[in-house]
Design a protein around this ligand. Structure first.
Ligand SMILES: [Zn+2]
Length: 119
């Protein structure tokens, strides 16, 4: 009885490069994250997952995680001195609402600092 599958275990099919490639991609990602580590940190991932579990809907428009993608937003932005890990400074928003808020914050900053570069 011939066992053709034996061929599959031949040295020609071993491809260690696949594993290497995956490892390399992971390394690259962690390197990019090093620039701004908050959103890549385990602490943030745990906290944001917890918040989305506790509040599985957008605080602004009320859409649930079934209808949209939810993100955790800093009520007081980090660049305005907000606490990154204080739950009272965090809220769950969907992406469109989050974008709207971010835009509004950017406009408010531009008003506070007229001539700050962006017109
Ligand atoms: Zn929303």
């Amino acid at each position: 009885m011939k066992r053709n599958w034996n061929k599959l275990n031949g040295p020609g099919l071993r491809s260690p490069t696949v594993g290497l490639r995956v490892a390399k991609v992971k390394e690259d990602q962690s390197r990019t994250r090093a620039g701004f580590s908050l959103y890549g940190s385990d602490k943030w991932k745990r906290l944001s997952a917890q918040l989305r579990r506790d509040h599985p809907y957008c605080r602004q428009c009320g859409k649930t995680s079934m209808q949209t993608t939810l993100q955790v937003d800093h009520i007081v932005p980090l660049r305005d001195g907000g606490d990154p890990f204080d739950r009272s400074n965090l809220q769950v928003l969907c992406i469109p609402c989050h974008n709207t808020k971010t835009r509004a914050e950017r406009n408010a900053r531009a008003e506070r600092h007229p001539g700050g570069g962006t017109s």
